[in-house]
Design a protein around this ligand. Structure first.
Ligand SMILES: *Cc1c(COP(=O)(O)O)cnc(C)c1O
Length: 488
C-alpha cells in the first residue's frame, strides 16, 4: 500500500468504548430478513419491467460469474500495471469495441453513469471551442424531446440551454432549428440530442439537423442511452455525431436500478479525442508476434478535461459489458432488431385501447397516454399502480414531459411473446376496470407491501427511514404489528 498522504491522528477517546451494544441475531434471522426484503420489490429476475428509457433487460448470470473471477474482483486499482495486464487488456478491448460499434475514433471508460458521460462530452465540446479561441460559444441546443439529464448536464457544465420544440410528428422542427442557428450562429457550442428521442422516435431529418449545427460551428452530442435501438445496425459516428455516451448498465445488460453502479463510457471523433477524460488504457509496447500479448498501460489524453472518477471507472461493469458483447459476437444487431420488434408489437397491440400521441413506427420504446376522455378522473398514475397488482412493474410515467399523462413503455428484446401478450391483456383489463370500477384503480396497489403512498404527505413530511408505525396510521387500517414498515 502507498504511504498515507494525509496527517495521521488519534481517535478521540470518547469514541473508544469497551462495550458496544450491537443487535445480536442468529444467522437464520438475518437470512430471513434479507430474503424477505429482497422479495418486497419488483425486480427483472421476478417481474416484467417495461420501464421506458431504463432498458431493464435480463442481466445474464454469466456476466456475474465473470465479474467475480478472482483476477478481476480482487485486484487493487493502485497495483503495478505489469501485474494487472489481463484487466487492462479487457478494458482496452472494450474501449475498441465500443468505439467500433458506434463508429468513433476513441473511447474513455471513466464516467460512472450516463449523466456523467454527458457531463464529460459537454466539457469536451466546451474545451475544444476554448482551444480554438472561440470562448463565446456557450449555448447548447436541446430538443424538448430530450432526456431530462440533457438540459441538466448543460446547466451543470456552466453553459446555457436553448430549447428546440418538436413538431406534430415528435421530431425536431427543422425550420425552428435553422432560425435559432441563424440567430445565435457565433455563440452556439453545440446541440445535444437523445437518439432515438424519449418519444421513441428516430428523426427522419437527422443528417440535416447535424449539418445545420455543424454549418454554424457547433458540435453534435448524442445521448446514446437508447443505443439498444441502433446496436449493430447504425453508427452515430458515421452520421456526423462528434461525441456520444453509452449506458453500459442499459444497453450492455449490467444490473442497475438498485442492482449495481452504472457506467457511461464516452466515445468521440478524432477532433475531440485529445479532450477525453482519462487516464485511458493504451498499448505501451506492441506485441512482438501474434503469439505474444502487447503491453498495456495508462495514458492521459493530451488536452484531457481531466479525471471524472477515482481510479478507472466502475471496472466490474466493464467486465460484465465485455462478457455480454463477447456472448453476442457478430450477432449484436439481433439485440436491436428484437428490441425494436417487441416495442412495435406492443405499440400495435395497444393501439386501439390507449391513445398514442405519436402514432408511427417506433424505436425500442413508445409512449401512450394514460388517460381517456370518457373517464377523466383516471390518470397514468392509477394505471401504473394497478399494474403492480398484476405483478408487472409500471412503465415510466409522466415522462417525457411533452406528453400529458405519459406512459413510456420499453419491453426490451429479452421478453418472450407470451410475456408481451400477457402485458397487453393486463393493459386491456385495466382499461376496462377504469370504466367499470375506477375506485379499484384509484386505490391500487391492493396486493403490494406498501399501499398507495400519499404523495403530498410524503413530500412534505419526508421520512426516509424504516420505523414501526402507530396502529391508526397504517394505510389499510390493519393494526400495525411489530414488523417495521416503510413510511415513505
Ligand atoms: C438513463 C438515461 C440517462 C441517464 O443515465 P444515468 O446512468 O441514469 O445517469 C440519460 N439519457 C437517457 C436517454 C437515459 O435513458
Amino acid at each position: 500500500m502507498p504511504q498515507p498522504d494525509v496527517p495521521t491522528t488519534d481517535i478521540p477517546s470518547e469514541l473508544l468504548r469497551d462495550e458496544l451494544p450491537l443487535p445480536e441475531v442468529s444467522e437464520i434471522e438475518v437470512v430471513r430478513h434479507f430474503t424477505r426484503l429482497s422479495q418486497l420489490n419488483n425486480a427483472i429476475d421476478t417481474h416484467f419491467y417495461p420501464l421506458g428509457s431504463c432498458t431493464m433487460k435480463y442481466n445474464p448470470k454469466i456476466n456475474e460469474a465473470m465479474a467475480r473471477l478472482d483476477g478481476f474482483a480482487n485486484i487493487h486499482p493502485l497495483q503495478a500495471t505489469d501485474t494487472v495486464q489481463g484487466a487492462l487488456a479487457l478494458m482496452y478491448r472494450l474501449q475498441e469495441w465500443l468505439r467500433e460499434i458506434a463508429g468513433f475514433a476513441a473511447t474513455s471508460l471513466q464516467p460512472a453513469a450516463g449523466a456523467q458521460g454527458e457531463f464529460a462530452g459537454i466539457l469536451m465540446i466546451r474545451k475544444y471551442h476554448i482551444e480554438q479561441g472561440d470562448e463565446k460559444r456557450t449555448k447548447i441546443l436541446v430538443p424538448n424531446s430530450a432526456h431530462g439529464t440533457n438540459p441538466a448536464t448543460t446547466t451543470m457544465a456552466g453553459l446555457e440551454v436553448i430549447e428546440i420544440g418538436a413538431g406534430p410528428d415528435g421530431e425536431v422542427d427543422l425550420a425552428v432549428l435553422k432560425a435559432v442557428c441563424d440567430e445565435h450562429r457565433d455563440t452556439i457550442a453545440g446541440m445535444m440530442m437523445t437518439i432515438p428521442s424519449t418519444l421513441g422516435v428516430f428523426e427522419d431529418d437527422l443528417l440535416e439537423i447535424i449539418e445545420t449545427v455543424h454549418s454554424v460551428g457547433g458540435l453534435m452530442y448524442m445521448d446514446g442511452a437508447n443505443m439498444n435501438a441502433l446496436l449493430g445496425i447504425a453508427k452515430p459516428g458515421e452520421m456526423g455525431i462528434d461525441v456520444m455516451h453509452y449506458n453500459l448498465h442499459k444497453t450492455f445488460s449490467t444490473p442497475h436500478g438498485g442492482g449495481g453502479p452504472g457506467s457511461g463510457p464516452v466515445c468521440c471523433s478524432e477532433k475531440l479525442a485529445p479532450y477525453l477524460p482519462g487516464p485511458i488504457v493504451t498499448i505501451v509496447e506492441p506485441a512482438s508476434d501474434e503469439h505474444e500479448a502487447p503491453l498495456y498501460g495508462w495514458q492521459m489524453p493530451e488536452k484531457s478535461i481531466g479525471r471524472l472518477k477515482a481510479f478507472h471507472g466502475n471496472f466490474g461493469m466493464h467486465v460484465r459489458a465485455y462478457a455480454y458483447i463477447l456472448a453476442y459476437g457478430n450477432q449484436l444487431d439481433q439485440v436491436a432488431r428484437h428490441a425494436v420488434l417487441n416495442a412495435n408489437y406492443l405499440r400495435v397491440q395497444l393501439h386501439d385501447t390507449y391513445n398514442s400521441p405519436y402514432d408511427r413506427l417506433c424505436g425500442h420504446e413508445f409512449v401512450v397516454e394514460g388517460r381517456w376522455k370518457d373517464v377523466p378522473d383516471v390518470h397514468a398514475l392509477d394505471i401504473s399502480k394497478r399494474l403492480i397488482d398484476y405483478g408487472i412493474h409500471p412503465p415510466t410515467n409522466y415522462f417525457p414531459l411533452i406528453v400529458p399523462e405519459a406512459l413510456l413503455i420499453e419491453p426490451t428484446e429479452t421478453e418472450t411473446k407470451a410475456t408481451l401478450d400477457h402485458f397487453v391483456s393486463v393493459m386491456k383489463k385495466i382499461a376496462e376496470e377504469a370504466r367499470t370500477n375506477p375506485q379499484l384503480l384509484h386505490e391500487a396497489p391492493h396486493h403490494a407491501p406498501v399501499k398507495r403512498v400519499d404523495e403530498v404527505r410524503a413530500a412534505r413530511q419526508l421520512v426516509l427511514c424504516c420505523q414501526p408505525l402507530p396502529a391508526e396510521s397504517t394505510s389499510d387500517g390493519v393494526s400495525a404489528s411489530s414488523e417495521p414498515e416503510v413510511v415513505a
